[in-house]
Design a protein around this ligand. Structure first.
Ligand code: B12
Length: 348
């Protein structure tokens, strides 16, 4: 059902979000921008529009994609419009000049294409007096190191939405350490409570842009190094090296009776690649909960031809068979949280 169109500026947040989502669903870029600018003119502040309307709408876009009610194309269109809205809001209400609180570089992890969360963070911090340099999506660690060396910001903010990128986070942290720049981590990759931010060596974590601004307003500096040990590093590296072989072997075993459909096989290979990446990240931070969360997510997401819920346990068993020379990895695959997630049990 389409929400009725309300004339005039909207300040009721729930209704505003619903209207905004309707504009995204209708590929109505102008309508979405108008709605956001009218909300500003009607009295909402920029932070509210960015975080409580645009970000919330994007989360719902993700839910619709995961539930299979929206296609990838619909998600792409919606995200493009949201990005245009962020730019229009920033133009309509430019931030005050930096207050001298400090300079911050905002970068997505290597291999991380979710740039909008980092963009929102950058916009919000700019409104808290920070001089912000937005480095965009998938920044290679070595390039980040060069940038930090050349520009010397006070803080670097690293953003990621995918826990499978955590080993890349570690490389990024090491690159930052060389310049002594304190590292703030954020985005869903670091766990619901930021539990994996410390493991990769970040100096701090915040759940959202508002909390990030509050944290940075206090004393924020470099802490001790992370706590990933050698076994975790070695077993994660081995999984990385064996990724292609594991994906191919798992795919053959799971679909032995299914003949050959190149289209759906491609989707399966994609999902199995994610499975190996999430396993590697879980081994890296030594937390079965990371893999368990991913498995529960796989159990709910509707991607045609992808890893089916009934295939999760055979895939985990198969991985444990193939990875006998990696004791920590096998222990993690056999752990209670992972086994419960295979049965569809445990908190989502
Ligand atoms: C748009 C989108 C994409 C776009 C991104 C384009 C872009 N320009 O950003 C594209 C198409 C590239 C994409 C690709 C993929 N995506 Co996607 N994507 C999304 C979606 C729908 C919205 C992202 C977004 O804008 N979120 C809104 C913001 C505001 O999120 P946020 O995390 O709350 O941000 C706040 C905080 O995290 C914090 N923050 C963010 N960064 C930082 C940094 C610091 C330092 C601090 C302190 C705070 C902080 O501040 C932000 C503002 O308050 C999400 C859904 C979702 N729930 O986010 C899925 C989602 C993240 N994607 C998902 C997936 C699976 C993928 C793919 C793997 C799909 C595939 N099979 O190819 C790929 C991976 C690509 C890659 N390697 O990066 C899943 C991840 C699930 C999981 N198990 O981890 C999600 C959750 C969808 C879902 N519901 O299942 N995606």
């Amino acid at each position: 059902m389409t929400a009725p169109h309300h004339a005039g500026p909207r300040t009721d947040l729930a209704a505003l979000r619903e209207d905004f989502l309707d504009r995204l669903a209708a590929s109505d870029e102008e309508g979405a921008i108008t709605l956001a600018l009218e909300a500003l003119d009607g009295g909402l502040d920029v932070e509210t529009v960015l975080l409580d309307v645009v970000a919330e709408a994007q989360r719902e876009v993700g839910e619709r994609w995961a539930a299979g009610t929206w296609t990838v194309v619909q998600e792409h269109v919606a995200t493009h419009i949201s990005e245009r809205v962020v730019a229009a809001v920033a133009r309509h209400r430019p931030a005050d000049p930096p207050s001298g609180i400090g300079r911050i570089a905002v970068a997505c992890l290597d291999g991380e294409w979710h740039a909008l969360p980092a963009r929102l963070l950058a916009e919000v911090l700019g409104r808290h007096g920070w001089e912000v340099t937005f480095l965009g999506s998938s920044v290679p660690a070595a390039q980040l190191a060069v940038h930090l060396h050349e520009t010397g910001p006070d803080v670097v903010a690293i953003s990621s939405s995918l826990p499978s990128r955590l080993p890349a986070a570690r490389r990024m942290v090491e690159a930052c350490r060389a310049s002594g720049t304190p590292i703030l981590a954020g985005g869903a990759a670091f766990g619901p409570e930021g539990e994996w931010a410390g493991a990769v060596g970040a100096d701090g974590w915040a759940p959202d842009a508002r909390a990030a601004a509050a944290l940075l307003a206090g004393s924020f500096g470099a802490e001790d190094d992370g706590r990933v040990d050698d076994t975790s590093r070695e077993e994660q590296a081995l999984l990385h090296t064996r990724r292609a072989e594991l994906v191919a072997g798992l795919g053959r075993r799971l679909r032995a009776d299914h003949g050959h459909d190149p289209l759906t096989d491609e989707q399966l290979a994609d999902d199995l690649g994610h499975l190996v990446d999430f396993l590697a990240a879980a081994v890296y931070v030594d937390d079965p909960g990371l893999l368990a969360r991913f498995l529960r997510w796989v159990g709910t997401v509707a991607v045609p031809g992808g890893l089916a819920p009934a295939e999760i346990r055979p895939a985990i068993d198969d991985l444990a068979d193939r990875l006998g020379d990696s004791p920590r990895t096998v222990a993690l695959l056999r752990s209670d949280p992972v086994q419960e997630a295979c049965s569809g049990e445990g908190a989502a």
